[in-house]
Design a protein around this ligand. Structure first.
Ligand code: NAD
Length: 458
């Protein structure tokens, strides 16, 4: 179907104001949940074909989070969409002031492949809750999931409200030439720049959910056993193909050996073998080759095996790494964990701050000053103290990057805001008409204006 035509019908539909109606938005969200529930088996099957991922993993890392966000919006939509009263300054008396959230209009959502349902449907749900129409373009890399999403959504929703388009780079390039009211993109910083440039031609507002190299910092004051367990889980979940996975470990040299022993022991304990249904395969041959090229045999302290036919890469830990190693030059996005060491935390922060701002950062310590220094000193999208990845599962926390890792936020209220314009209105009474702002002006008026503006009456 021609996307320009679909966009035209979505614009017409938006102009009917139907999507602004709160009961319409709620009904669509309820319908989406029902449609997903009744097609859940198809969703599991598609993800399994793309990643060999188990039902348990697909439910916990994708589907359950989408359901929670739908429930959150259904419950909170009246509150989120209501006009908010704010104070009115003296200059504007007699009057009152309100902020009216309004949907931006026709939105485009472009998804990434690593959690293909989650990364397409979470922004979709936010866009629907905020009253927008949507053209969704999931990633072509998770091919089966993309086709399933297209089938499930397009069979159940009218294209003038919600349409799932499929395609790769050429198709997305064409879609990006169209004039949307909002573009929400998840993917690499490289493609993020292409999307930003295309959006700039129409002054379209963007949310860019990008990636980066997210550190896990291990202090000498950490509970090393817990730290190792949580780093191993966050890193090897989805075989490391997670935007907020700890990309590398940066550990105090005094505790490195103990920490590494715990890492190795958890890697043995967790079921990450080639035939395990709870360990994900690498998405395709290209990524398999990119990742295996990072492995430096003489630095392996755990793992290092792979099977090209099965697209399997064993969780691999490499010690004695430096910033100059190949694996430290780009986001890894796979099951390879480099270990770097520092002498002091100041040294660690200096090194991290000299790199682009990461999407996430994780600090393991039980020392109060170190926790404070971490939150105050480092700039990154979001993260955890004494855990990895889990911050994104709290819908009350805004999720997004900063600098090279992204622009804007979503999840919960922040997703609603990402697809809304905050329209401000000053309501003035007509029964009072102070003459100060009107000509002719005089010294006396000026002195009154000064009193009002400089706060004598505040
Ligand atoms: P990608 O940038 O290659 O692709 C993302 C989307 O852009 C896909 O839908 C693809 O079809 C489209 N695309 C690719 N090249 C394009 C081009 N030249 N012109 C127009 N569109 C194009 O990213 P990916 O490989 O799917 O995902 C991996 C990256 O995404 C990593 O950097 C990861 O950290 C990041 N990511 C970020 C988040 C987040 O929430 N911040 C989540 C997942 C992944």
């Amino acid at each position: 179907m021609d996307i320009q035509n679909i966009l035209n019908t979505q614009r017409e539909f938006f102009l009917t104001n139907a999507t602004k109606d709160i009961s319409f938005r709620k009904a669509q969200l309820i319908k989406l949940k029902e449609v997903l529930k009744s097609n859940e088996d198809l969703l599991y099957e598609a993800i399994h074909k793309d990643f060999g991922k188990s039902k348990f993993d697909t439910y916990t890392t994708e589907i359950s989070l989408i359901y929670s966000d739908i429930d959150y919006y259904i419950k909170n939509i009246e509150y989120l969409a209501r006009p908010e009263s704010v104070p009115t300054n003296l200059v504007n008396q007699v009057g009152f002031s309100s902020i009216y959230p309004e949907p931006l209009g026709s939105s485009l959502i472009i998804g990434a492949w690593n959690y293909p349902f989650y990364l397409s449907l979470m922004p979709l749900v936010a866009a629907m809750a905020a009253g927008n129409t949507v053209i969704l373009k999931p990633s072509e890399v998770a091919e089966h999931t993309m086709h399933t999403m297209q089938q499930v959504l397009n069979d159940n929703f009218d294209a003038s409200y919600l349409y799932c388009a499929i395609g790769g780079v050429p198709e997305t390039t064409e879609i990006l030439k169209l004039n949307f009211d909002k573009i929400f993109f998840t993917g690499s910083p490289r493609v993020g720049k292409i999307v930003y440039e295309a959006a700039a031609k129409n002054l379209t507002p963007v949310t860019l959910e990008l990636g980066g190299k997210s550190p896990a910092i291990i202090s000498e004051n950490a509970n090393l056993k817990v730290a190792a367990k949580r780093v191993v889980w966050g890193k090897f979940l989805n075989a490391g193909q997670t935007c907020v996975a700890p990309d590398y470990v940066y550990v105090d040299k005094k505790v490195k050996e103990t920490f590494l022993n715990h890492v190795t022991s958890y890697l043995k304990k967790f079921d990450y073998k080639e035939d395990s249904e709870h360990y994900t395969k690498i998405i395709n041959q290209k990524h398999f080759e990119r990742l295996t090229a990072f492995i430096e045999k003489d630095k392996i302290v755990f793992g290092g095996n792979s099977n090209e036919k099965e697209l399997y890469i064993q969780p691999t830990v490499m010690d004695q790494m430096t910033w100059d190693d190949e694996v430290m030059q780009e986001e890894i996005f796979g099951p390879i964990l480099p270990i770097l060491t520092f002498g002091t935390l100041d040294e660690a922060y200096r090194a991290i701050k000299s790199k682009p701002k990461p999407l996430a950062a994780y600090m393991f310590t039980n020392n109060r000053q170190e926790k404070e220094k971490f939150t105050e000193e480092l700039s990154f999208g979001g993260g955890c103290i004494n855990d990895t990845v889990m911050h994104l599962s709290n819908e009350y926390l805004p999720f997004g990057g900063v600098g090279n890792s992204g622009i804007g936020h979503y999840h919960g209220k922040h997703g609603f805001l990402a697809f809304s314009h905050q329209k401000s209105i000053l309501h003035r009474a007509t029964w009072a008409e102070p003459n100060l702002k009107y000509p002719p002006y005089s010294e006396e008026k000026l002195s009154w204006v000064k009193k009002v503006i400089e706060g004598i009456f505040k």
